[in-house]
Design a protein around this ligand. Structure first.
Ligand code: AGP
Length: 610
C-alpha cells in the first residue's frame, strides 16, 4: 500500500528520503512526495504524479537541505492519483504522511470547513493535517505529542502516520494504527518507515511499533508511548535484510530474480526443519501448538489472492494425505457472512506480508468464535498477523519486491506440505508417508532448477499468446488452483483477461467461449487423472480450441496436439513444480508486451486497506 519514510538526523536527510522512497516504490506508485524543514524552519514540499522517478526529476537540481523530513509513495484510496492528492499534506506549520483510511473524515472536514479551513485535496489525509493545526490553536501551550494524543481520539479508521512541525523541528512524531511502522536507529540519526527496506542501508537496529503506539524521534533518541501515554520499553531487534537483497542482480526485473530464486528460497524454507529426514520439526511451535494440532479435526483456511490459491492446493493435501477436513475462503468474504465454526477447528491464515487488512479483520472477527487456535503462515516475522495469531510458521522466501507473488507462493506451499506431514505424524501416524513427503521436499529444489532450464519452450508459448484478449487455464485436482494462479499471474502482469477453471467443469458453460482465438492452457501431468483430462481435451479440440498442454515426458496424447514437454515430477510435489512455468509464462508475456512487470498498474504489494 502506501510507503512512508521519515528521518531526523545530524546530517542532511534529503538523500536518505530519496533512496528510501525509491526502495518503497513497490508499495504504491501512483504519486509520491517529499518534504523537509529547512534551516529557516520552513517546510519545503515537492510532489509528483506517477512513478517516483518523476519526483526525483523535480528535486534533482535543487540544493535541498534539512535535518528533518518525510516522503511518501501513494496508492490512492480517497482522491484520484493527482499531484494535489499526493502526500505530504500540509496545514500551515504541520506536515504529515499517512497510510490508512479515515472513515469519519467527511464529518471532520465539514466541521473544519466551518472553522475556515480550505481544503486543497480530495484526500482523507488532509483532514488530519488541519485537525492537528486547529487543535494546536485551541491548546497553544500543549506539545505536539499531547496534540496527537487528543486528535487520535477523534479519528476513526486506520491512521499510521508521521507528523512534523516547523515550529519544533527537533522532533518527529509517528503513530501506528492499522498498518505497520517501524523505527530504525542509525549512527547519524533515527528513521521511521512502513518497511525496513527503506533504511536497511543505514539503520540496522529496529523497533516495531505496536498498535496505537506513539513514537517520538529526535536525532539521538527514540521514545515510545502506548495509547494511554505510558512510556514503553519496546524490544530492539537487528534487521534481517542484507542490503544486497534489494538489488536486481543480473536480472532486468525483481519478478524474474524472484522466480529464479525459488530453488534457494525453498531450500531455506526446509532447512533445519527435518529431524533425521524422518520427522518434520518447526522450532516456532511449542507443546501447546502440538496439543492443539492433535485435537484438530477441521482446518479453516483464510487468505487472499495468491495466498488463497496456496490454501486451495493444501486443501487437497490436508484431506487426501492427513485425512483432515479443510475449508478455504477468501478473507474479504469470510468477514461478511455467517461463520459456522466446525468442531475442533483450527484457523489457518496464509499471507506473504502479514499485513493484508482483510486477513487481519478475519482474524479479529474469529477471535472468540470457538476455534481451537489461530495459526499464521507468513513471510514476515514481525508482521501484524504474526503478532495477533496464537502461533506462526515462517516461509523463508526472503524479501519479495515484485508485486506479483512468486517465490512467496511456492514457499507457502512448501510450509503447507510440511504442516500436512506434521499432522500425519501427530494424528494418523503414517510415518512412512511423512518420510515420503520429506524425501520429496528434499529433492524439490533440484527439480525446480531443472524446470527453470526450460525457459525457451515457455518463451515460445508466450510469443503465441501475448496478443490474445482472453486465455483459459485448466487443471484438475491439485492442479486446478495452480491453473487459477496461472490466470492470476497473467492478469496481474500481462493485463490479459484470463480464467482458471477445473477442466471437467468447462462443459457446464465456459465451453461456449472456445474458438481458435482463445488459448487454452492445460496442466496435464502423467498422473491418475490424466485419462479424464484427455477426454476433456478432446471435447475442446472438437470445438476448434487452441490447445497448449503442459505435461511431462511420459504422458501420451493424440497426435498433433501442442505439447510443452517439461521434466518429470513426482505427483505429490507437482503443484509446486507446475506453478513455475506459469510464472515464467506470465513474465515473458508481459516482457514481450513491454508492460511494467514489477509494478503492474493499479496494484500494490500489500493491501493494508479493506
Ligand atoms: C499476488 O500476485 C498478488 N499480488 C496478491 O494476490 C496477493 O497474493 C494478495 O494481495 C495477498 O497478499 P498477502 O499474501 O501479503 O496477504
Amino acid at each position: 500500500m502506501c510507503g512512508i519514510i521519515a528521518a531526523i538526523a545530524r546530517k542532511n536527510v534529503v538523500n536518505v528520503l530519496k533512496e528510501g522512497i525509491i526502495r518503497l516504490e513497490y508499495r504504491g506508485y501512483d504519486s509520491s512526495g517529499l518534504a523537509i524543514i529547512n534551516k529557516k524552519n520552513k517546510i519545503l514540499r515537492f510532489r509528483a504524479k506517477g512513478k517516483v522517478k518523476n519526483l526525483i526529476k523535480i528535486i534533482k537540481n535543487k540544493s535541498l537541505s534539512g535535518h528533518i523530513g518525510m516522503a511518501h509513495t501513494r496508492w490512492a484510496t480517497h482522491g484520484k492519483a493527482l499531484v494535489k492528492n499526493a502526500h505530504p499534506h500540509i496545514s500551515s506549520n504541520v506536515a504529515i504522511v499517512h497510510n490508512g483510511i479515515i472513515e469519519n473524515y467527511k464529518k471532520i472536514k465539514t466541521y473544519l470547513q466551518e472553522q475556515g479551513y480550505i481544503f486543497l485535496s480530495n484526500t482523507d489525509t488532509e483532514v488530519i493535517a488541519h485537525l492537528i493545526h486547529f487543535t494546536q490553536k485551541i491548546y497553544n501551550k500543549k506539545s505536539l505529542f499531547n496534540i496527537i494524543q487528543i486528535i487520535t481520539k477523534k479519528l476513526e479508521g486506520n491512521y499510521s502516520m508521521v507528523i512534523m512541525d516547523s515550529n519544533d523541528s527537533k522532533v518527529l512524531l509517528a503513530v501506528r494504527s492499522g498498518s505497520p511502522l517501524l523505527v530504525g536507529k542509525g549512527e547519524m540519526g533515527n528513521y521511521i518507515s512502513s518497511d525496513q527496506l527503506a533504511f536497511s542501508n543505514i539503520a540496522r537496529n529496529l523497533i516495531y511499533l505496536k498498535e496505537n503506539d506513539i513514537a517520538l524521534l529526535t536525532h539521538n533518541n527514540v521514545t515510545i508511548f502506548d495509547k494511554n501515554g505510558i512510556l514503553q520499553n519496546r524490544k530492539e531487534i537487528e534487521s534481517e535484510i542484507k542490503n544486497k537483497s534489494v538489488h536486481k542482480g543480473k536480472f532486468k526485473h525483481y519478478t524474474a530474480k524472484e522466480i529464479y530464486e525459488q530453488p534457494v528460497s525453498i531450500k531455506n524454507t526446509i532447512l533445519n526443519r527435518f529431524i533425521k529426514n524422518e520427522t518434520v520439526y518447526f522450532s516456532e511451535l511449542d507443546v501447546k501448538a502440538e496439543k492443539i494440532f492433535s485435537q484438530t479435526e477441521h482446518i479453516q483456511i483464510i487468505a487472499c489472492g495468491t495466498s488463497y490459491h496456496a490454501g486451495l492446493v493444501s486443501k487437497y493435501w490436508f484431506e487426501s494425505l492427513a485425512m483432515i477436513a479443510c475449508d478455504v475462503e477468501v478473507a474479504s468474504e469470510f468477514c461478511y457472512k455467517k461463520i459456522l465454526v466446525r468442531k475442533n477447528s483450527l484457523l489457518l491464515i496464509i499471507s506473504q506480508s502479514g499485513e493484508t487488512a482483510d486477513n487481519l479483520n478475519a482474524l479479529k472477527i474469529s477471535k472468540n468464535l470457538g476455534y481451537l487456535g489461530s495459526l499464521t503462515i507468513c513471510n514476515s516475522k514481525s508482521s501484524s498477523l504474526v503478532y495477533e495469531s496464537d502461533f506462526s510458521l515462517f516461509t523463508c522466501a526472503g524479501i519479495e519486491i515484485g508485486v506479483a507473488s512468486t517465490k512467496a507462493f511456492t514457499t507457502q506451499l512448501t510450509v503447507l506440505l510440511m504442516l500436512v506431514a506434521k499432522f500425519i505424524h501427530l494424528k494418523s501416524k503414517n510415518f512412512k508417508l511423512e518420510k515420503k513427503i520429506i524425501n520429496l521436499l528434499n529433492i524439490l529444489p533440484n527439480r525446480i532448477e531443472e524446470i527453470l532450464k526450460h525457459k525457451k519452450s515457455v518463451y515460445s508459448l508466450a510469443k503465441k499468446i501475448f496478443d490474445k484478449k482472453n486465455i483459459i487455464f485448466l487443471g484438475k485436482g491439485e492442479q486446478y488452483p495452480i491453473a487459477m494462479e496461472g490466470a492470476l499471474k497473467i492478469k496481474e502482469i500481462s493485463y490479459i483477461h484470463a480464467e482458471g477453471y477445473p477442466i471437467g467443469e468447462l462443459k457446464h458453460g465456459p465451453l461456449a467461449l472456445i474458438d481458435s482465438n482463445v488459448p487454452i492452457i492445460i496442466i496435464a501431468p502423467n498422473n491418475n487423472l490424466l485419462e479424464k483430462i484427455k477426454l476433456n481435451i478432446e471435447e475442446i479440440h472438437s470445438r476448434g480450441g487452441l490447445i497448449y498442454i503442459l505435461s511431462d515426458p511420459f504422458a501420451k496424447f493424440n497426435k498433433n496436439r501442442n505439447i510443452i514437454r517439461l521434466p518429470y515430477i513426482e505427483h505429490l510435489i507437482s503443484p509446486i513444480f507446475y506453478a513455475i512455468p506459469l510464472q515464467l509464462l506470465a513474465y515473458y508475456t508481459a516482457l514481450i508486451k513491454g508492460e511494467n512487470i514489477d509494478q503492474p498498474r493499479n496494484l500494490a504489494k500489500s493491501v493494508t486497506v479493506e
